[in-house]
Design a protein around this ligand. Structure first.
Ligand SMILES: *[C@@H]1O[C@H](CO)[C@@H](O)[C@H](O)[C@H]1NC(C)=O
Ligand SMILES: *[C@@H]1O[C@H](CO)[C@@H](O)[C@H](O)[C@H]1NC(C)=O
Ligand SMILES: *[C@@H]1O[C@H](CO)[C@@H](O)[C@H](O)[C@H]1NC(C)=O
Ligand SMILES: *[C@@H]1O[C@H](CO)[C@@H](O)[C@H](O)[C@H]1NC(C)=O
Length: 312
């Protein structure tokens, strides 16, 4: 039983250690992609009778208050030959869309106070809200869950001039940060005052490194307002965790029952074997001699035969 118990404990540890990281790790990047899909939908809803080349501001659901979204519909030919100034983005001529579509929508995102929530960046502090620029096909303006198109500037880079920039702490240097759509992070130098550059779409912000000795004020700590949202997420995690633990325990109980049954089965098998053996011809039968029991040979194994019997 000791061995059984020990193996159960090891199994339990394996189970919990293999489940927990998955539950914790998957949350930020995938939720940022979910947000992209929601904001694409809400940007497209702003196009009622859209005119090409006009910026339409969208409205976001109340549980995302603080985020701004907009959309602009363009012919990809005119984007390439003329470029466009769009909110903080200055898109030069020479931007190529792939795969080719006749018209595209550029969705603008300003994540405001949600930047840390969806793009947590440990060791850095955001100086300006995260901005997003994503391209989609404009052929169906009621479509949802659209895949992004790839846009790339071939001549000069796209410039992003941030507004609402917090002052840079003394001794720190602001940096540009870019998250691509796979969740990769790239840092680059600021090219002009509060200006970053990129050749691709994605999410962009200005950051400073949080100073190591005094992490408290600058660390990306959760703001009290975001508590409810966090708590919901945490509850989900807790349920998943509890669920997997319960599942694991059930599995272990079943395993223990199986092992117990196997053991019983083996014992039964052994008993049967012994019984069979005792019934076999080799064992001596007990026989009553008066009131006492004594072993007695009943049959002789090899019957004596006369040699003559074999004679023809
Ligand atoms: C916001 O509320 C909608 C329902 O109105 C829900 O489907 C969505 O998941 C919520 N989003 C967040 C980020 O909580
Ligand atoms: C546009 O997309 C919506 C939602 O996916 C769909 O119901 C509709 O049929 C599409 N329209 C066209 C013309 O493809
Ligand atoms: C982004 O950073 C990764 C390493 O973190 C690097 O391999 C890659 O080339 C960078 N991409 C660009 C476009 O700078
Ligand atoms: C951002 O601010 C709005 C109010 O302006 C609030 O409703 C929302 O919960 C805040 N979001 C976060 C993540 O703190």
């Amino acid at each position: 039983m000791g061995l059984l118990f020990r193996s159960l404990v090891v199994l339990l540890m394996l189970l919990s250690s293999s489940w927990l990281p998955i539950v914790v790790a998957q949350s930020p990047a995938s939720s940022a992609r979910e947000l992209d899909a929601v904001l694409q939908d809400y940007a497209y809803r702003a196009f009622v009778h859209p005119r090409t080349g006009v910026v339409y501001d969208g409205t976001v659901p109340s549980n995302l208050t603080g985020i701004k979204v907009a959309g602009i519909r363009l012919r990809s030919g005119s984007l390439r030959s003329r470029g466009v100034k769009y909110k903080e983005f200055d898109i030069p001529i020479g931007v190529v869309v792939q795969p080719y579509v006749e018209r595209l929508v550029l969705v603008y995102q300003n994540l405001g106070n949600w930047s840390n929530e969806y793009y947590p960046l440990s060791g850095y502090t955001y100086l300006a809200p995260m901005l997003g620029l994503l391209a989609y096909d404009a052929v169906n303006l009621s479509a949802t869950n659209l895949p992004q198109l790839d846009i790339r500037s071939s001549t000069s880079p796209i410039k992003i001039q941030f507004s609402d920039v917090k002052s840079v702490p003394d001794g720190s240097v602001a940096k540009c940060v870019w998250f691509d759509l796979r969740g990769n992070v790239n840092f680059s130098r600021v090219v002009a005052k509060s200006t970053c550059s990129t050749v691709q779409q994605g999410h962009f912000a200005l950051v400073v490194e949080s100073t190591a000795p005094s992490p408290a004020p600058s660390a990306p700590a959760p703001s009290p307002v975001s508590h409810k949202h966090k708590m919901k997420k945490n509850m989900k995690k807790v349920w998943i965790f509890v669920g997997s633990i319960l599942g694991g325990i059930l599995l272990l109980v079943l395993l223990a029952m199986l092992l117990a049954w196997l053991k019983k089965y083996q014992q039964k098998k052994k008993m049967q074997h012994m019984e069979k053996a005792s019934e076999g011809g080799e064992a001596l039968r007990m026989t009553s001699v008066g009131s006492a029991k004594a072993p007695a040979a009943m049959v002789t194994r090899t019957q004596p035969t006369l040699e003559t019997e074999y004679a023809p």
